[in-house]
Structures are given as structure tokens and as C-alpha cells.
Design a protein around this ligand. Sequence first.
Ligand SMILES: NC(=O)c1ccc[n+]([C@@H]2O[C@H](COP(=O)([O-])OP(=O)(O)OC[C@H]3O[C@@H](n4cnc5c(N)ncnc54)[C@H](O)[C@@H]3O)[C@@H](O)[C@H]2O)c1
Length: 252
Amino acid sequence: MPSLPDLAGRSVAVSGVGSAFGVAIADAFHAQGAHVYGCDLDPSGFEALVASGIRCSSVDLRDRAAAAGWIEAVVGEGRGIDILVNNAGGVSGQDAQPFETLSDADWDLVVDINLNAAMALSRAATRHMAAAGSGAIVNICSGASLRASLTGIQAYCAAKHALLGLTRQLAHELGPQGIRVNAIAPGLVLTGKATRRQWDAYGPERQADILGGVAMRRLGSAEDIARAALFLASDWAGFVTGQILSVDGGIR
Ligand SMILES: NC(=O)c1ccc[n+]([C@@H]2O[C@H](COP(=O)([O-])OP(=O)(O)OC[C@H]3O[C@@H](n4cnc5c(N)ncnc54)[C@H](O)[C@@H]3O)[C@@H](O)[C@H]2O)c1
């Protein structure tokens, strides 16, 4: 039985480390003794990680060459890449809007960061993982990978569903090369302005209704998500691939 969760010394790349989940995930791997590398579009969110010794880079993941270049830079540090957590995503400040008037630009932005970025990073990382004969990818999906999204944002729901599809497909393609690919479906976690605005907009009645549908009767935390990422990336999940783990307190 490997020690829990046997991540010391592993090389871990986490995207979106300017966000609450990204920070918590990077911190959690760092605390396990892993070598953690993070990236985000916005460097202001990862200052605390840098101060704690985690190497972070400013990367626009809409640029696929830049995304692949960041993975090469991680590998260039000399420890390869054992684990990739595709966490960057979100709604980029968008609100729900009628489908008929949705702009191409708004659609493309959300699909690019939630789906295409994960594709570009995974493609670059799996070349190295395959050569090493092992690796783990954890995709931060959403409840919106499994059902309509509480955000009401069509592109978000479509992209998160597609990210789950990519998870399942890559698990089958890459399993023979020792690479596991799994996903997490977080429930609503109040991580920043967008989720707080979304939550406030529901009003007390709908909020109570949503919480009443959660078995644990609370919203989640970034740490809840980080612990699930540790598990799926670790050897304790060594026979788990192509799965989505809902970390949502048990939604009815
Ligand atoms: N908070 C929730 O309730 C919730 C629920 C389900 C899923 N998620 C998912 O969890 C992940 C993290 O969410 P969060 O709530 O911590 O914060 P978030 O949604 O704000 O995180 C998005 C992060 O991605 C980064 N990003 C956006 N565009 C980028 C680009 N072009 N290049 C590089 N980085 C870019 C942002 O700067 C930000 O740090 C996202 O994928 C989100 O969709 C969140």
C-alpha cells in the first residue's frame, strides 16, 4: 500500500493557479512534497503561491503554442511531468444571456478556456507521460458536465460536457501507456466575484432550495476540491480512470 497519497517528488503542473481552486490544488500538492508548477493568465492571483516557493508563469492558454510551451518549460526543469491538473476555466465574467443574441466571441472565449486549453495542455503533457510510461491527468469539470448549468451559460455547459467526453476518450486511448485521466465535478463553491454574484442573484428562497437539495446542507470549499484532486492523481487511484467524481455534498 503506497503512503497517502504518495505524491512526494512528483512533478505536477496546475493550470489556473490564479483562482481559488487552482491555489488550493497547488498548495495541496506542494504540502505533499510534490514539485508544483502553476500558470494563469493573471499573475496577481498567484503571488502567495510564488512566495511559498511554487513556480508560476503568466500564460494565455487561448494560445495553444503558449500552452504547449509552458508544458515544455515544466519538463525543461528536469523532473518530467507526472501529473497535470486542468483547472483553468470558468465563465470569464460572463452572465447568462439569450442564445439568439449570443456573440461568437463570448462563445469562443468560454469554450477556449474550459475545453481547448485542456486539450492543448494534455496533448503536450501526454507525449512526455507516454515516454515515461506513467502519468495522471485530472480535469476540473463541473456539475455542468452532467446536467444543465446553474450559470445558464450555454458555452460553459457545452464545454464542460465536452471536457468530460475528452476525459473518457483519453482514458481509453492512454490507459495502455500507463496514463490515467479522470475528472472532478465540483458543486457550487463561492470562490470569487462571479460565483458570489451568481449566488446572490438567486435570492434567499432559491438559495434555500439549492441547499435543501444538497445532502450535506452546505456549499463546498476549494479544499474539498483539492483533496479530491490529490486522490485522483495519487497511486491510491491507480485503478481509476475515465471517471468523474462529483464533489458536491451529494446533489439530489
Ligand atoms: N467555483 C465553482 O463553483 C465551480 C464549480 C464547478 C466548476 N468550477 C471550475 O473550477 C475551475 C476553477 O474555478 P474557480 O471558481 O476557482 O475560479 P475561476 O472560474 O475564476 O478560475 C478560472 C481561472 O482560470 C484563469 N484563466 C481564465 N482564462 C485564462 C486563460 N486564457 N489563460 C490562462 N488562465 C486563464 C483565470 O485567470 C482564473 O484564475 C474552473 O475550471 C471552473 O469552471 C468551479
